[in-house]
Design a protein around this ligand. Structure first.
Ligand code: ZN
Length: 215
């Protein structure tokens, strides 16, 4: 734990050239936004549950920006002052549903599809480009990305999102995933690591055949 449930989670699609290419896309001309619901959030150690509706659920290791101050239409120059810090985020995605549906809401919105944590680390504006994110599945490295390879950097993303919507303390911006995405199956343990920030580790299981309708 350690991360409060955010008011909103803004995702950024195709923000690393090589990842856009591996899914068969060009990088967008401006940041491509989507939302994940707050109900998808789980913490470090919690279980990612593979839903019955998907046959292909994938990990996406990402650097998440945690907003610290309420802002609207902030400039890129002022954007980092609104950031409380960064943390690890796994933008878990039902890839089959993402491909078959025009909107990504369902593919990225299932319960447990947004592991976040284990802590928020302060952001050093002078060392932004040194940030790295890695993903391991069962101890084997699958992704390794650097913030310097982002199409749109962290300040640009915060500024861009805030032109559309007020950002509030606790809101998260998931800054996109590098190349190397792949499937998760029951029994896997997936880790997202940002060096000097922490390791977010989550086991994976299947949904029971008769899921509860209320909790
Ligand atoms: Zn993503």
């Amino acid at each position: 734990m350690g991360i409060a449930r955010p008011g909103k989670i803004v995702g950024i699609g195709r923000n690393y050239r090589e990842h856009a290419a591996e899914l068969g896309h060009l990088v967008p001309q401006q940041p491509l936004l989507f939302l994940k619901p707050p109900t998808a959030v789980i913490g470090d150690g919690d279980t990612i549950v593979l839903p019955l509706e998907s046959e292909r659920v994938e990990y996406e290791a990402e650097i998440a920006v945690v907003i610290g101050r309420r802002v609207r239409r902030v400039s890129e120059a002022q954007a980092l002052a609104a950031v409380a810090g960064i943390t690890c985020l796994n933008d878990v995605t039902a890839r089959d549903l993402q491909r078959s549906e025009e909107q990504w809401t369902r593919a990225k919105g299932f319960d447990t599809f947004c592991p976040v944590g284990p802590r928020v680390a302060p952001l050093d504006p002078a060392r932004l480009s040194e940030l790295e994110v890695r993903c391991r599945v069962n101890g084997v490295e699958r992704q390794r990305g650097s913030a310097r390879d982002m199409v749109f950097g962290i300040a640009a993303l915060v500024a861009f999102v805030s032109q559309a919507m007020t950002l509030e303390p606790g809101d998260l911006i998931a800054t996109g995933t590098p190349a190397g995405v792949g499937p998760l199956v029951a029994g896997d343990v997936v880790e997202v690591e940002i060096p000097n920030v922490g390791v977010l580790r989550n086991p994976v299981s299947t949904e029971p055949r008769r899921p509860a309708t209320a909790r």
